[in-house]
Write a protein that binds this ligand. Structure first.
Ligand code: SF4
Length: 167
């Protein structure tokens, strides 16, 4: 299948699903404030995972997730620490596993957050939102240093508001 991706270039995608097996060392340490946070937010109906990529697209998605969970819908959504939820089976992963809805805010069509969490929670069916499709930007840009922070924030707010409207 041939499609145009978020960068404006054409890619070929395999239609068959393939898997990569990884071994993650079990965490020896735990973060008590993270576990308290998980306990405090466990009754919220919507868990928001986000790819948190270090590029512009990931940064905009990350900031949008924060706006949704901490400004626009704080009573209904809980912001997930993706690394904690992915690498250890404690509070953060339980928040995702037990949420009524899981929103996966992805920086781009590579869909890292949803694929990661589906790898550790079999059967997880997050609602995947590709943030880069919700705002206009020069698609040749990649790094966070290539766009003023004010524009990054504006795009993040655009994404957050569109996501909340769709919820
Ligand atoms: S979804 Fe895209 S922006 Fe996010 S971490 Fe993956 S490759 Fe990076």
């Amino acid at each position: 299948m041939k499609t145009t991706d978020c960068c404006g270039t054409e890619n070929r995608y395999e239609t068959a699903r393939e898997f990569e097996t990884v071994q993650i060392e079990k965490a020896k340490n735990s973060c008590s404030v993270c576990e308290e946070y998980s306990e405090r937010h466990k009754r919220k109906p919507i868990a928001v995972i986000c790819c948190d990529g270090a590029c512009l697209r990931g940064e905009i998605a990350r900031q949008a997730a924060n706006v949704i969970c901490h400004e626009l819908l704080p009573q209904k959504t809980v912001r997930i620490c993706l690394g904690g939820a992915f690498t250890k089976d404690t509070g953060q992963r339980s928040l995702v596993r037990n949420a009524g809805r899981v929103i996966a805010l992805e920086g781009c069509h590579v869909n890292c957050a949803s694929r990661m969490m589906q790898g550790v929670i079999p059967g997880l069916a997050p609602e995947v939102i590709i943030a880069s499709r919700l705002y206009d930007m020069d698609r040749r840009l990649f790094g966070v240093e290539e766009l003023p922070m004010a524009e990054i924030k504006a795009h993040a707010r655009t994404v957050a508001e569109k996501v909340v409207t769709s919820l």
